[in-house]
Design a protein around this ligand. Structure first.
Ligand SMILES: NC(=O)c1ccc[n+]([C@@H]2O[C@H](COP(=O)([O-])OP(=O)(O)OC[C@H]3O[C@@H](n4cnc5c(N)ncnc54)[C@H](O)[C@@H]3O)[C@@H](O)[C@H]2O)c1
Length: 270
């Protein structure tokens, strides 16, 4: 694509691995300066280094996005080093603990109460903290792009992922409200909804890059439960997601706001 993002300064949360890492590379390849955020400094720095080594422009801005003060400081750092953020990709998110480790997650009724704040804190408050920090500059510039990475769990409702489904649904509703508040400022806010995505950051289980229906029982079950993925015979990959985000970051999407784009092999059709 040639999306002409040369004048964009994009901040991607959780850009240190997986989907966020690929989004950072895509935006940089389209010309943007990319501020790579991650909780883990070494991850953010590695991705920024990869981009610079391939001829792109990037800086690492590690921070815990659940910490509002740290987020404000991060946006100030970006502004002073490369200029105010014009594209915000709220990518950092967390799924329930046991699913991360390749096991089954419990029903809501069996989910420990202490798991809720972690899931809601990163997905919902992390996104809100970053939007609050990004909006004043975008309002002043009368231009901006906010792209929230959610899950089809938000639209379909996913059994055994109820808190996560609710958190991602909250981001979508929040995003639509922001889209209404800031349309007059020419700031667009859109959501990209993913199905299951396999990537290098997932250490084991059905989403591990080497898992196949033949060697992984859980993946076999998942593929038969996901009709579209079964039809396409694969799960999602970061490179399926990143071009959609780059498009939403560009002028080509100027008249699209408050929308949810499913990049999930048709997991939800609407
Ligand atoms: N992988 C999937 O199957 C899948 C499916 C649907 C939706 N999603 C969504 O896509 C997004 C990316 O998923 P992924 O699989 O690449 O995630 P991931 O867990 O592999 O990577 C997320 C990154 O966020 C960072 N992070 C964690 N807490 C943070 C914090 N407090 N502050 C800053 N950074 C923090 C992590 O260090 C990590 O590098 C998430 O929002 C996720 O909910 C993923």
């Amino acid at each position: 694509m040639n999306l002409h993002l040369n004048d964009r300064i994009a901040l991607v949360t959780g850009g240190g691995q997986g989907v966020g890492r690929r989004i950072c590379h895509e935006l940089a390849a389209e010309g943007a300066v990319v501020a790579v955020n991650d909780l883990f400094a070494e991850r953010a720095e590695a991705v920024a280094d990869e981009i610079v080594a391939s001829g792109g422009r990037a800086i690492a801005v590690p921070a815990d996005i659940t910490d509002a003060a740290a987020v404000e400081a991060m946006f100030d750092t970006v502004a002073s080093q490369v200029g105010p953020v014009t594209v915000l990709v709220n990518n950092a998110g967390i799924i329930p603990e046991r699913r991360e480790k390749g096991g089954m997650t419990p029903r809501f009724v069996d989910t420990p109460v202490e798991d809720w704040p972690k899931i809601i804190g990163l997905n919902v408050y992390g996104t809100m903290n970053c939007c609050r920090a990004a909006l004043p500059g975008m309002i002043a510039a009368k231009s901006g792009r906010i792209i929230n990475i959610i899950s089809e769990a938000a639209r379909a409702g996913e059994a055994m992922m109820a808190v996560y489904s609710g958190a991602k649904g909250a981001i979508a509703s929040f995003g639509r409200a922001l889209a209404r508040e800031h349309g007059r400022d020419r700031i667009t806010v859109n959501m990209v909804a993913l199905g299951a995505v396999s990537h290098e950051g997932i250490k084991d289980g059905p989403l591990h890059v080497d898992a196949t229906p033949e060697n992984n029982e859980l993946l076999r079950k998942m593929l038969s439960a996901y009709p579209a993925a079964k039809g396409l015979n694969r799960l999602g990959r970061p490179e399926d997601v990143a071009p959609a985000v780059a498009f939403l970051a560009s002028d080509h999407s100027a008249f699209i706001t408050g929308q949810t784009l499913g990049v999930s092999g048709g997991f939800v059709m609407s």
